[in-house]
Write a protein that binds this ligand. Sequence first.
Ligand SMILES: [Cu+2]
Length: 163
Amino acid sequence: MMRNLPSPSHPVPPSPAHWLKRLQLLVFMLLPLMYYPQTIQAADLNSPVIQDCDINKGPCSKKVGTVQVVLDIDPRPVKAMKELTFTVTLTGAKEYESLRLKLKMPDMYMGNNVVKLVRSGGGRYTGKGVVPKCHSGKRLWSATVELPGTTPPETAFLFNVLY
Ligand SMILES: [Cu+2]
């Protein structure tokens, strides 16, 4: 290191080896910072591709803050291109006139598929809708229930449909 000290009369530029060592040290220090967000991002990207709701086995349940949201789809097994009855039951929520349920694919725009769920008493909301057929053959869909005024203001159920 001493040989790289510049003298006032003849300033010696740092050697390439010196800068390489500096660079190596910098990369080594930044490595954990570079890998950490990528790990999180990868986890976020992977999570939506797995169903979290086996709708063919029975109703699915989610907690949104203090609100319990239960989704049921009839008839079973749940098939695309077939009229389905969607029932959402809320516990611990305020009364809504109606609710909006959006049918989406997690990684693909499949049009605007909104099912209007009308209040039928006892925290129950019901409506009819159709899951479109996906040309890619992918079967994973999400039913996102909008809950205005709650935090977060919606919750998504991920389930597989039959074609
Ligand atoms: Cu699709």
